[in-house]
Design a protein around this ligand. Structure first.
Ligand code: NAD
Ligand code: APR
Length: 252
């Protein structure tokens, strides 16, 4: 009886053209709390208070203090074995794109090349009025919050997508194109409750892709669209999966 991991590895090795979709779960083992898990970030804060345009208008300093706190957690985090396994898979020429809902930049730090950031990046800030953007490599000083644009002196905002905001056009178009031509959709560590990211596995599957999901628990996608569900931590399951893929490729 071949295990589910072997079955998944065989499909990846045979089909190639893998579109990867990741959520907060892949960074959980790097010490970054997920949003909706038991230790979820939103548990401690009400999302309305923080990740919405209204909240920012009402209290930009509070929103910036929350993002600065997340930047501190992310600055201390390192990519984990799950991130590195995806770099291996990409080096084998099997990954068409890596679509992430995460804003932590860990995929790029691990060495992934073709990363599509659906929700932006926490290290980037942009002016609320002019086209000024800046990329920080460490959290801005507390006393500088809320930061202002050095060009026009208006407020800077985190360059991430908030509830109620659409995904950046080019990111969404690239993700859609990749999902529509994928032969495998590898969905890792997402609860599948936030749209339009959660649409991508459905779009891939209706065009003939096989959907493989890795999660510590069943998500909103599992019973609907997942063909092979691999229960476990991404930092453990992904390295196993990639090892099997390598064995199958060298056996051929
Ligand atoms: P929402 O209800 O505000 O918007 C998503 C809905 O709008 C979906 O029903 C979807 O059908 C539609 N939609 C939006 N853009 C679309 C597009 N380009 N193509 C097709 N349909 C589109 O959803 P939400 O849950 O309130 O959040 C909106 C976005 O903000 C989501 O992407 C969410 O992940 C993101 N977000 C980011 C953070 C963060 O900290 N990075 C925090 C919260 C939410
Ligand atoms: N390995 C695999 N999966 C895990 C792990 C792990 N070690 N730890 C947690 N998970 C799973 C949880 O079971 C859950 O299904 O990861 C998922 C995390 O779900 P969420 O916290 O909802 O994160 P995500 O799906 O990325 O949220 C989507 O919503 O708040 C917005 O923009 C924000 O990008 C985020 C979006």
């Amino acid at each position: 009886l071949t295990s589910d991991v072997e079955r998944a590895a065989r499909l990846i090795a045979k089909r190639g053209h893998v579109a990867v979709l990741t959520g907060a779960g892949i960074s959980a083992d790097s010490g970054i709390p997920t949003f909706r898990g038991k230790d979820g970030l939103w548990r401690r804060f009400r999302a309305e208070e923080l990740a919405t345009p209204e909240a920012f208008r009402r209290n930009p300093r509070l929103v910036w203090e929350w993002y600065r706190w997340r930047m501190e957690i992310i600055a201390r985090a390192q990519p984990n074995e799950g991130h590195y396994a995806l770099v291996e898979l990409e080096k084998l020429g099997l990954v068409d794109c890596l679509i992430t809902q995460n804003v932590d930049g860990l995929h790029q730090r691990a060495g992934s090349k073709n990363v599509i950031e659906l929700h932006g990046n926490i290290w980037r800030a942009r002016c609320t009025k002019c086209s000024y953007t800046i990329v920080w490599d460490e959290p801005p000083p507390l006393e500088s919050l809320p930061p202002r644009c050095p060009r026009c002196n208006n407020l800077l905002r985190p360059d991430v997508v908030w509830f109620g905001e659409p995904i950046p056009e080019d990111a969404w178009n690239n993700a859609l194109k990749c999902a529509m031509s994928a032969r495998v959709m590898l969905v890792i560590g997402t609860s599948g409750v936030v749209y339009p990211a959660a649409l991508l596995p459905y779009i891939a599957r209706e065009r003939g892709a096989v959907v493989i999901e890795i999660n510590v628990e069943r998500s909103a996608l599992t019973d609907d669209v997942t063909d092979i569900f691999l229960r476990g931590r991404a930092s453990e399951v992904l390295p196993q999966l990639v090892r099997h893929v390598k064995n199958m490729l060298s056996a051929n």
